[in-house]
Design a protein around this ligand. Structure first.
Ligand code: GLY
Length: 571
């Protein structure tokens, strides 16, 4: 009898698995890559990923999914997910139309060149990093609204519903969030409203405890009802302005009303048979990636001559990065305010000239590069990225941010909206290093209404006219080089996506004149070899949190960086 029951059970299980297989089961894993046949999402937090998955399954497209994930992350991933910040979205339709949407924050009209200087004219870092003076005019809600009005399919209010529910009913704090909140408790304490929301028991929440954000739920409801007007005009806008002013900031009502998100032409980069689309200024991502990849090709680089993460590879890539970050920091800024030398970054002659100047035997002194004469800030790593491919083959690559972890730490009273500290991405004082030691020039100096230079690099990869990959990452100034390395790992070194994401990363950004390498991820012999050649090697904690989707034989591989808290989902 029991054998009979057992056999029947086994057959039922087989039948069940087979049926699920036929119907295209949801694929979800705490591991970091999955194979799916139709559609997928990679983002930094699991609840938000599942919100997007439900939207895709309901027939929503990639933009719908991205909008719903972005609003959900504003609730569940307050480290970087936001409605009080800004970012960039790259969209590609299944037919191949590709557009870049810029919803980067702007400096308020009351911003001044010297607003963060002391009496001696030196920048005071805290002023541009914590509290109301650090807040740029948020772009996220207007950007998402514009993306949805152009390309969305499901109703706007449907896309906000899960975020509202998560904010009102709450969610269990997960270990990563508990750790980050505990880490930044002192900063939150400076802002009683923010502390009340995120430390509801008068201490950092423990993993598993409920976090409810009823004020944020009300604000999201206003946005669901009234569209972007629910944020940029009316009671929410008034409360934001009141909060910023009462804490010593300069943002005013017209700054919010006049904020515009804009579509821009993506930067196009040819690498062998691949065509990459990436973000143009006011992000430096696309142009710097273009300069580096053009130069790499001009050297005649091939993976078989440069063992992966060997001394020659690190020397080659970091010396090329150094040259292009120098140009970045000297020339790039908001294209509505400064002249962008597009042709410099695209020039094959410039790429060849730089390729000829690179020596693997020793590093070129950063301060002797010509760009140094032109420069006489800081990008924080707590940005977040999401990649989406839908059933039709539309794709979204979107990076958005509050800048630092939890932005300015200031929540506008009564709104639940955590505001950014994006003003720190300007060169607070041209020529002085910012928090991430980036030394930037006048092109990125503060001016009213101007967008601060970014490194966000949402990228789409096309091969033979078909979408091949979608990728991006947080990481401040290391964003560009992380995207670069995952792309090269996949395409030049032919690594499967999980390995391409997991491989150790390094970074050079001109100044400081050092190569940053991920701790314990590089062979000591390689490091010693580089030291002997005169490279200044600095080891640091993890670089990036790449979220990527890549074409596979079955459909797509969806991958969340093993360094991060993300979850790949799909079906
Ligand atoms: N705040 C990071 C960046 O825009 O690059």
């Amino acid at each position: 009898m029991s054998r009979w029951v057992c056999t029947v059970c086994c057959w039922m299980l087989v039948l069940c698995l087979w049926t699920v297989g036929l119907q295209g089961a949801d694929v979800e894993t705490e591991g970091k890559t999955i194979e799916v046949t139709s559609a997928g999402i990679a983002c930094s937090e699991a609840l938000a990923a599942r919100v997007g998955l439900a939207v895709l399954k309901e027939g929503g497209n990639a933009v719908d999914a991205a909008v719903s994930v972005a609003f959900a992350l504003a609730v569940t991933y307050p480290v970087a997910g936001n409605i009080g910040g800004g970012g960039f979205l790259l969209y590609r339709s299944a037919e191949g139309e590709t557009r870049a949407l810029d919803f980067r924050e702007t400096a308020p009209a009351g911003a001044r060149l010297d607003m963060y200087w002391d009496e001696q004219g030196r920048p005071v870092p805290e002023k541009s990093r914590i509290g109301a003076l650090a807040v740029g005019v948020p772009g996220t809600v207007r950007g998402l609204y514009l993306a949805h009005s152009q390309y969305g399919k499901l109703p706007w209010s449907r896309l906000l519903a899960p975020a509202i529910r998560l904010a009102r009913k709450g969610f269990a704090v997960y270990p990563f969030l508990a750790e980050r909140l505990a880490r930044y408790e002192e900063q939150f304490k400076q802002f009683p409203e923010s502390y009340r929301i995120f430390f509801p028991r008068g201490r950092a929440p423990k993993p598993g405890e409920l976090l409810q954000q009823p004020d944020l739920a009300n604000t999201l409801e206003a946005i669901a009802r009234e569209g972007d007007a629910g944020f940029y005009t009316g009671p929410v806008a008034q409360a934001i302005v009141r909060a910023v002013k009462s804490h010593g900031g300069v943002m005013a009502q017209p700054d919010l009303e006049n904020y515009r998100a804009v579509f821009r032409k993506p930067v196009q980069i040819r690498y062998g048979d691949f065509l990459l689309y990436s973000m143009p200024p006011p992000s430096s991502g696309g142009l710097v990636l273009q300069g580096i990849l053009n130069t790499l090709q001009a050297t005649g680089f091939s993976a078989d001559r440069f063992p992966h993460n060997g001394a020659d590879y690190i020397a080659l890539l970091s010396e090329i990065e150094k040259r292009w970050y120098a140009y970045r920091n000297a020339y790039l800024g908001d294209p509505d305010f400064v002249h962008i030398p597009w042709s410099l970054f695209a020039s094959p002659e410039k790429a060849k000239e730089i390729a000829r100047s690179v020596s693997l035997a020793h590093p070129f002194p950063a301060r002797q590069l010509p760009a140094y004469r032109l420069i006489t800030s800081s990008e924080k790593p707590e940005t977040t990225h999401l990649s989406v491919v839908d059933q039709q083959g539309n794709a979204v690559s979107m990076t958005y941010t509050l800048n630092g972890a939890f932005g300015s730490f200031l929540v506008a009273e009564g709104t639940g909206v955590l505001l950014n500290n994006e003003m720190d991405d300007f060169a607070a004082r041209p020529g002085y290093p910012n928090l991430y030691k980036l030394v930037q020039g006048w092109a990125n100096a503060i001016a009213p209404g101007k967008r601060m230079l970014s490194s966000m690099t949402p990228t789409l990869v096309v091969h033979d006219g078909d979408l091949e990959g979608v990728l991006g990452t947080p990481g401040g100034s290391t964003i560009i080089t992380s995207v670069l390395q995952v792309f090269l790992n996949r395409v030049a070194y032919q690594m499967p996506l999980d390995q391409a994401l997991a491989a150790g990363r390094f970074h050079q950004q001109w100044l400081p004149d050092s190569v940053f390498v991920e701790k314990d991820r590089f062979s000591p012999t390689v490091i010693q070899e580089l030291n002997e050649r005169g490279f200044h090697i600095v080891s640091r904690e993890r670089i990036g949190d790449v979220q990527a989707i890549w074409r596979s034989q079955q459909g797509w591989v969806v991958g969340a960086d093993p360094r991060g808290n993300g979850l790949p989902v799909g079906f």
